[in-house]
Design a protein around this ligand. Structure first.
Ligand SMILES: CC(C)(COP(=O)(O)OP(=O)(O)OC[C@H]1O[C@@H](n2cnc3c(N)ncnc32)[C@H](O)[C@@H]1OP(=O)(O)O)[C@@H](O)C(=O)NCCC(=O)NCCS
Length: 361
């Protein structure tokens, strides 16, 4: 039987760090509130285009897999922040990588995008229609935020993570998944005028997106959606929670992660958590957490990893990945992002000023 193993992995975190203390200088909040309600201490703000974060994560994943960009048949870019709507964001990544043999497209499933993308890549590799696929999760919800809304602005950061999926004869890679979406609740987490419903040339049009955000309802539905998806995956594989070696959950709120762990009866040392460093990086949380779990030696050959995510849509999903034999990269990529000469607060200032101005109107 043909399987679809993960053979390469890479991440890219922009260097500018926005701490909770920084946020107290632009809004009425506190480190104590943010840390106790969310588990987040700091997040990153990018000084380059999102495609550049994605391409560098992709280059690192290629090096880890021992492949060249030309070897890729497909690039799936899970993102809500393509550099342009026309053409797609994935074409910018293809161009920067030089992946001239790859078909490319964007996948928008918000924070669940990487899990959706991995599922699709796996199905295509297993079917034999492609050989080598790069799946990238890159996001930047800070771009959409109204920086006067403290209940939302403290949660998000920028990042990218990527994996390479290749055929394998042994049972490895994504073995089962469950994906879904509660479209009836799509308005509880929404940049409501971020697409073609936005009236062009209207007097009210400015740089601000209208954000709908019902935190507590999202919280409940996140636990329900991810819990259901994880249980369904376990049932499909006739596995028990104790068969999972490491849970790699979406990093939206430490309390959501702890509630899920309790439901699975998993001790927290079997759960990958890095939310304190990066906040919610949407489609990038799962691949970045996967990379860090490997770097920290928390994944052994043959381990059963359960990834789960939820996000705007309200999309949700989970997948069981059986890790292959190799837990170290075949090669390293020496490329770095260009140096950043601004602080995170300086990078944010135009968005903060713009949000304040738009709210005064
Ligand atoms: C957003 C979230 C952290 C809010 O936590 P909460 O415990 O539900 O807090 P509440 O919204 O009830 O607000 C409690 C109080 O804190 C205040 N508050 C909100 N944001 C604040 C901030 N950044 N700093 C200080 N106080 C804040 C509120 O105004 C409210 O004050 P009040 O009691 O005087 O009215 C939580 O609901 C959450 O994480 N939800 C999931 C959202 C999510 O992850 N979305 C992304 C999906 S991918």
């Amino acid at each position: 039987m043909r399987f679809a193993n993960i053979t390469g992995w890479g991440k890219c975190l922009p260097p500018a760090v926005l701490t909770n203390a920084d946020l107290t200088t632009i809004m009425d909040t506190s480190d104590e509130w943010i840390t106790s309600r969310t588990g987040i201490r700091e997040r990153r703000i990018t000084h380059v285009k999102y495609s550049e974060l994605a391409a560098l994560a992709g280059k690192r994943a290629l090096a880890a897999a021992g492949l060249k960009a030309e070897d890729l048949d497909m690039i799936i870019l899970a993102t809500a922040v393509p550099d342009n709507m026309i053409p797609n964001g994935a074409s910018a990544v293809q161009d920067q990588l030089g992946a001239k043999n790859a078909a490319v497209f964007d996948l928008n499933a918000a924070c669940t995008g990487f899990v959706y993308g991995l599922s699709l890549a796996t199905a295509m590799v297993r079917s034999g229609s492609v050989e080598r696929v790069m799946v990238i999760g890159v996001d930047g919800i800070p771009f959409y935020l109204d920086w006067t809304m403290r209940e939302v602005s403290v949660l998000f950061g920028d990042a990218a993570g990527a994996v390479i999926v290749e055929p394998s004869d042994t049972a490895s890679g994504l073995l089962a998944d469950k994906l879904g979406c509660d479209g009836d609740a799509r308005d509880i987490l929404m940049a409501s005028d971020s697409g073609s419903v936005r009236e062009r040339f209207a007097d009210t049009v400015d740089g601000l997106y209208a954000i709908n955000f019902e935190g507590q309802e999202i919280f409940k539905r996140a636990v329900r959606g991810m819990g259901f998806a994880m249980n369904t995956v376990l049932e499909k594989l006739e596995m028990k929670p104790e068969d999972i070696d490491l849970v790699i959950p979406h990093q939206a709120n430490i309390r959501i992660i702890e509630t899920l762990a309790k439901r699975l009866n998993a001790p927290m040392d079997k759960v990958m958590v890095n939310i304190e460093k990066y906040g919610n990086t949407s489609a990038a949380t799962v691949p970045v957490a996967l990379c860090e779990a490997l770097e920290q030696g928390r994944i052994k050959p043959g381990d059963n990893l359960m990834a789960a995510a939820f996000g705007a849509g309200l999309t949700w999903g989970a997948c069981l990945v059986k890790w292959g034999d190799r837990i170290t990269p075949l090669g390293e990529c020496d490329d770095e992002l260009p140096a950043c000469d601004k602080t995170a607060l300086e990078l944010l200032q135009p968005w903060v000023d713009g949000s304040r101005k738009a709210n005064e109107v």
